[in-house]
Design a protein around this ligand. Structure first.
Ligand code: ADP
Ligand code: MG
Length: 766
């Protein structure tokens, strides 16, 4: 049937369920039978159990199972018309219902259906009237009631779970249920593509796709729901892993230029650099370095992810790889997420390389190279020079932001691309890069924070992974304390400590969630959203409204707490503080022009302004070894990974670091738990896990993924870790045996369909 006739899945809903339902479903973006089948119920109501009405949030569109207490119609005195009022209950909480009508008669029908003591499903937007929570004009259907459009009762079987669909004001959950039922009842195995190979299905004892869809849309029991969902989840994981395996297989067939080490004794920047290193490489740096060196020496493109604890020394690993490529006659590009970080990298590399980065200059090493910095904010002349150095090959290393991927940037011979501190460097960017060289450049992606294995497998599933878990010896580490925002003595002591550190020749960061005091930012997510030069870090980001445990997650209303501290306000305040009298205080935030940012960073680094009040621009990668103190205001507004990153900026040298978390988080709240965890441990993996536990899936995958648009509908990257691993194990050999999937057209089609539209987007954003 495939290829000849269109599948039932592609059939328009107007044909399948009639134009009226189809119109309503179209408002949810559901156009085809396949769309509707993929619109899975969000949860299931048990007809014997009422929904907890206490958990409803004002403004949410809710569908609840509840019991009617009473319902009466009366004529309104103030204005003409009639009013039906009713109260429904879950046995503990109540919700009032109101319906308006022109006259009493029009409402009697409703009143009769709302029999006291009977239960039903009620659907509407939760509002408040005179302090009482209510649904105005809810849609409802009573248990056992004949549905007008169907010849059977919809909620007939008292024992069967009732699917509750993501619904809206334009279409109720049970209208969707009805449409799904019409479709599911007439579906045959030929109607839908089943991407799971029969052999995998039977070995893992999974039901066929049509059977699974029935279990999910028209379940006989919760056990059936579980079996159906499991099969559909596995399918999502399998298709994704098969797609990633295909990418790995294709990349492994691409050509790359081999960049082996120079022969012993031949002039080599890498050898000179190693000889000049002021410290010993850690065991991990050496080991990962060898792994990378071997891959660079092969004619297949390296595709590697380097995960490293904050401060584990990823830059040196990357630099050594870049030097190997330069020694072999190629160029390396280093991409940073922000201009601040790109500029810092260029500075650090020049310092680390010394004369080796002054090739062709008087006093430079004969066989040395040059480092070009290419960012969006360069003046025309500087930009032209950098572009020329890249195109001519004069610059062996080109540092920049993602603007480097712009089409007009030419390289003489791009051999290696290093992407620093990025979780979000997606497939498309990888492809854009590959297209830059005549052959594929080698690729090294470095992530900021330890990420859980399955997230790595999903988001970076087409890359091989290495990890740096230790930090170099001789680090004094960081101690963390909480400072209650309202405790004057503690706050004074905080600034006293800052002063003491500065007097020892050290530096202090002061981090605030906002820039301007009068800035009107939505509660929650403000911290993360306020100030990124590019996309915020994966895991560090909590979406607007602060779901789960992200910044602001616990007091989304946030009305009775003091406003968030702002950089400009705090800087002024600190200039007045007796403890800091006479100290120069700098500011750094995302609204400064790029050269001003650089200048602010340079003044801090040199000690001219030893106290820097900043937003989270200092979060990733910033490396000022003299920095020993970090004071974080409104610390409860930041996510764990973000706090971990921020804290990673201090205690990088031989002197112990101190991190002070200023907050008024109530003990016992998730926010307080985050801060307590920060005080307790500096282990990035432990913190990343706690972070994941506190977060909802939407946060993990990015806001764009939590909505209906995600092609991952049921799969939960964190909770379904085992399933993802299983899918990876199953998909690997199948793709290896038949990389183009010629023998499995349904799988190939599913990959094409998903990857084309949504998966690419998912891989980009996740
Ligand atoms: P991250 O992995 O967080 O990017 P960096 O690469 O910025 O860490 O390294 C942090 C600091 O540690 C830098 O100042 C760097 O020079 C220093 N460093 C790196 N490797 C070593 C080592 N083996 N011994 C001592 N210091 C090191
Ligand atoms: Mg770094």
């Amino acid at each position: 049937m495939a290829g000849t006739t269109a599948r039932r899945e592609d059939e328009k809903l107007s044909r399948a369920v009639g134009p009226r339902s189809a119109n309503a479903l179209a408002k949810l973006g559901l156009e085809t039978v396949g769309d509707l089948l993929g619109h899975y119920p969000r949860r299931y109501a048990d007809p014997g159990r009422l929904t907890d009405l206490g958990s409803l949030e004002i403004g949410e569109h809710a569908t609840v199972m509840a019991r009617v207490e009473w319902a009466t119609v009366r004529t309104m005195r103030a204005r003409s018309g009639a009013l039906l009022e009713a109260t429904i209950t879950d046995g503990r909480h109540k919700l009032s219902l109101t319906f308006f009508g022109k006259h009493k008669g029009g409402l009697y029908g409703f009143e009769q259906r709302l029999k006291p003591g009977s239960s039903g499903l009620f659907s509407g937007t939760v509002g408040v009237y005179k302090g009482v929570r209510q649904l105005a004009h809810p849609d409802f259907i009573m248990l056992g009631e004949q549905d007008l459009d169907s010849d059977e009762a919809l909620l007939e079987h008292a024992s069967r779970p009732i699917p509750i669909y993501p619904a809206s004001a334009s279409i109720s959950s049970w209208k969707i249920q009805q449409a799904a039922r019409v479709v599911v009842d007439t579906l045959t195995d030929d109607d839908v593509v089943d991407p799971l190979p029969a052999e995998v299905r039977s070995r893992l004892r999974l039901p066929g796709r049509v059977a699974a869809l029935r279990m999910v849309h028209r379940p006989e029991s919760m056990e059936a729901v579980r079996v159906g969902q499991h099969r559909l989840r596995f399918e999502e994981a399998f298709v994704l892993q098969a797609a990633l395996a295909q990418r790995r297989a294709r990349a492994a067939q691409e050509d790359a230029t081999a960049r082996p080490h120079r022969a012993p004794g031949a002039p080599s920047i890498l050898a000179d650099f190693d000889a000049s290193l002021p410290f010993e490489l850690t065991e991990g740096q050496r080991w990962v370095g060898e792994e990378i060196a071997a891959e660079l020496a092969s004619p297949r493109p390296m595709q590697r992810l380097l995960q490293g604890e904050v401060g584990s020394g990823k830059t040196v690993v990357a630099l050594r790889a870049m030097l190997q490529v330069v020694d072999a006659g190629g160029q390396a590009a280093l991409l940073a997420p922000t201009e601040v970080l790109a500029a810092q990298h260029a500075r650090t590399l020049r310092i680390l390389l010394g004369p080796l980065a002054e090739g062709g200059l008087l006093g430079g090493a004969d066989h040395g190279t040059r480092i070009a910095l290419l960012t969006g904010s360069l003046g025309a002349a500087a930009r032209k020079k950098a572009l020329l150095q890249a195109a001519s090959g004069e610059a062996g290393i080109v540092v920049g932001t993602h603007a480097l991927l712009g089409e007009h940037v030419q390289f003489a011979d791009l051999g290696l691309v290093v992407v620093d501190e990025q979780h979000r460097f997606g497939v498309e960017q990888r492809d854009a890069l590959r297209a830059k060289g005549r052959v594929s450049p080698h690729l090294l992606v470095m992530t900021a924070t330890p990420i859980p294995r399955t997230v790595a497998m999903t988001v970076f599933g087409d890359l091989e992974t290495s990890s740096l878990t230790q930090v170099p010896a001789g680090r004094a580490g960081v101690t963390t304390h909480m400072v209650p925002a309202g405790n004057v003595a503690w706050v004074d002591r905080t600034w006293q400590r800052v002063r003491e550190e500065v007097e020892k020749g050290h530096r202090a960061y002061v981090v605030c969630p906002r820039i301007h005091p009068d800035e009107d930012l939505p509660a929650g997510g403000a911290a993360a959203a306020a100030d990124f030069d590019t996309v915020p870090e994966f895991l560090a980001l909590a979406g607007p409204g602060g779901r789960g445990g992200g910044p602001g997650g616990d007091d989304a209303g946030g009305s009775d707490r003091p406003p968030l501290r702002a950089v400009l306000e705090v800087a002024d305040e600190l200039r007045e503080r007796p403890q800091l009298a006479g100290l120069q205080i700098g500011v750094l935030h995302g609204q400064l022009a790029p050269p001003d940012k650089d200048a602010a960073m340079a003044r801090f680094s040199s000690g001219e302004t030893p106290v820097l009040v900043a937003t989270t621009v200092v979060e990733v990668g910033v490396d000022v070894p003299e920095a020993t103190v970090m004071v974080i205001f409104d610390a409860d507004r930041f996510g764990i990974s973000q706090l971990h990153q921020l804290r990673g900026r201090v205690g990088r040298g031989a002197d112990p670091g101190l991190c002070l978390l200023v907050s008024d988080a109530e003990p016992g709240t998730p926010a307080a738990a985050r801060l307590e965890a920060m005080v307790r441990t500096t282990d990035g993996f432990e913190l990343a896990n706690l972070d994941l536990e506190q977060r909802s899936e939407g946060d993990v995958l990015g806001a764009a993924q939590s909505g209906r648009s995600s092609s991952l509908r049921l799969l939960r990257v964190v909770k379904d870790a085992d399933l993802i691993e299983l899918a990876r194990r199953e998909a690997g050999p199948i793709v290896a045996a038949d990389p183009d999937l010629t023998g499995l057209p349904d799988l190939a089609a599913a990959i094409a369909a998903q990857l084309d539209e949504q998966q690419e987007e998912f891989l980009e954003r996740a």
